[in-house]
Write a protein that binds this ligand. Sequence first.
Ligand SMILES: C[S@@+](CC[C@H](N)C(=O)[O-])C[C@H]1O[C@@H](n2cnc3c(N)ncnc32)[C@H](O)[C@@H]1O
Length: 202
Amino acid sequence: MGAGDKASAVLDLGAVGLPLRAEDLFGDARPLEVELGCGKGRFAVEWAAAHPEIGLLTVERARVYLEQAAARAVRRGLANVRAVHTTAEDLLFRCLADGSVAAVHVYFPDPWPKKRHLKRRFFRPENVARIAEVLRPDGLLRVKSDHAGYAASIAELLAAEPRLAAAPIEESFAGVPESNFEVKYGREGRVVARLASRRIGG
Ligand SMILES: C[S@@+](CC[C@H](N)C(=O)[O-])C[C@H]1O[C@@H](n2cnc3c(N)ncnc32)[C@H](O)[C@@H]1O
């Protein structure tokens, strides 16, 4: 990726083979990590900069944010980030192979607090099951939310997925940088719930 070439951090899903593989995206079989709903990309660039040994695929359905995240990665000169303009569901169900992902990051998924909107929440049984499928054995799912009700519901969904086991929180989040929303919520003094689950088995 050439520094200054904004387009080069954006991965065009129409121009690559599926399923997505680290070898094809990054030139070697490095651990592939995924962030779902990256917003403006603060977490993505800080994490990728701290972990040059991984390849990070970060998806966002809002094009304007996706482009901001991609531009941020280029400004930092990061060769290990690909920003994908699609939905988390499309990435999980169509673009990734079973057992191919070392870590999934989901920070501040939209809580949709109104009762009539609850069905729009990303965390539902089929999406949790698909995350468990794409994670490789021992792979880690990390989630943060400022919405206590949604966090409790996510915790229940994770506990109900037999291929996932709760992982220790402090250890799982050591060195994990703040996302854009976390910085904002930190200033507002909001409590943030953290959840981590590890893929069981081989
Ligand atoms: C509350 S923001 C959090 C952004 C970022 N993770 C952070 O912590 O700063 C939620 C983001 O997820 C994106 N999003 C929501 N549902 C999505 C989906 N199904 N697929 C991809 N992105 C999604 C939204 O467009 C928004 O940018």
